[in-house]
Ligand binder design. Structure first.
Ligand code: AMP
Ligand code: TRP
Length: 326
């Protein structure tokens, strides 16, 4: 059975970009593959975090994993910082990664821009991500389009070490969604939807109220020609809304365009609000049932044990190859 690994940072509320680009695939994949899903809290401290908030956010993501339909009997769900092998393998990989490679990472360039000095962890972030993936002999990594470059680096590091030390790692493949791989900000269709943007109406979080969702969609940027048509270059705002509509409803882009011939943006946006709310409502209900339950902690503990066992097997193999330990 193919192995899957992915992770989400526990920073702020998970939005529909995270959901459509990554999380939705997690649920589909657990039916056919051996899946490991992580809450990558070590990644989130590359930027300052309030300790109380961080722990709360980690549990929120864990509860959301279950609320969207991940099943702890089918998938391993755990917190990255609970399995020390991640940080240990990251060090070994770092010694086989070049600073030139890391300085080409666009996420690092974006996050360090306009800063006089950036934490070293922000720079080495993609190597920790490579460690996450390689520790579980991963074949497939479901992520949004923004993580493609990090995955390429992971592959390069794995191939380099395999060539130098003999077959040590499985070389993983990227898996993206056809629709939803890159959901754009509602107020600026040229920027990707992000957890950290200042304007809360730039995104829709999975835990937003129906009123907030309505407001954000109604305020979203479109254009002045009033035609519901998909054209990324000429109509980026409308195209983004059509993609969101398509990803949530399962209707094709063509069908959506046909359905709204002659309609205005108001009608289309109202329908989109309905579609988003009916998808998110049940998720929120399950989230509220699980978030403060003992079951959540039990699932994370159990996931940690199962993940640590697998990670140790890989780490021992790597140390053996490298001549580390006794
Ligand atoms: P992060 O919140 O950065 O940990 O992202 C979690 C997952 O969501 C990753 O697989 C990202 O690639 C994906 N993701 C983040 N933002 C977007 C977006 N705007 N559109 C599609 N996928 C996204
Ligand atoms: N870097 C990813 C993001 O920001 C999160 C992440 C960390 C991840 N480790 C991973 C994703 C391993 C997939 C596999 O979205």
């Amino acid at each position: 059975m193919k192995r899957v690994f992915s992770g989400v940072q526990p920073t702020g509320n998970i939005h529909i970009g995270n959901y459509l680009g990554a999380l939705k695939q997690f649920v589909e994949l657990q039916e056919e593959m051996d899946c490991v899903y992580c809450i990558v809290d070590l990644h989130s401290i590359t930027v300052p975090q309030d300790p109380k908030e961080l722990r709360k956010n980690s549990l929120d993501v864990a509860a959301l994993y279950l609320a969207i339909g991940l099943d702890a009997k089918k998938s391993i769900i755990f917190l990255q910082s609970c399995v020390p092998a991640h940080a240990e393998l990251a060090w070994i990989l770092m010694c086989n990664t070049y600073t030139g490679e890391l300085s080409r990472m666009t996420q690092f360039k974006d996050k360090s821009r306009e800063k006089e000095s950036a934490p070293a962890g922000l720079f080495t972030y993609p190597v920790l991500m490579a460690a996450d993936i390689l520790l579980y002999d991963t074949d497939v990594v479901p992520v949004g389009n923004d993580q493609k470059q990090h995955l390429e680096l992971t592959r390069d590091i794995a191939i380099r070490i395999n060539n130098k030390y003999g077959k040590t790692f499985v070389v993983p493949e990227y898996r993206g969604m056809k629709v939803g791989a890159r959901v754009m900000a509602l107020d600026d269709p040229n920027a990707k939807m992000s957890k950290s943007a200042e304007n809360i109406h730039s995104r829709i979080s999975l835990l937003d109220t129906p009123e907030k969702i309505k407001k954000s969609i109604m305020k979203s940027t479109t254009d002045s020609d009033g035609i519901i048509g998909f054209d990324i270059d000429q109509k980026p705002g409308v195209s983004n809304l059509i993609s969101i509509y398509s990803a949530f409803s399962g209707s094709s882009i063509k069908d959506i365009e046909n359905k709204y011939v002659g309609s205005g943006y108001g009608t289309f946006k109202n329908d989109l609000v309905e579609i988003i709310n009916s998808a998110i409502g049940p998720i929120q209900q399950r989230f509220n049932d699980i978030r403060h339950s003992q079951e959540l902690l039990t699932i994370l503990k159990d996931g940690q044990e199962r993940a640590a066992f697998r990670a140790e097997v890989t780490l021992s193999r790597v140390k053996e190859r490298f001549g580390l330990g006794l």
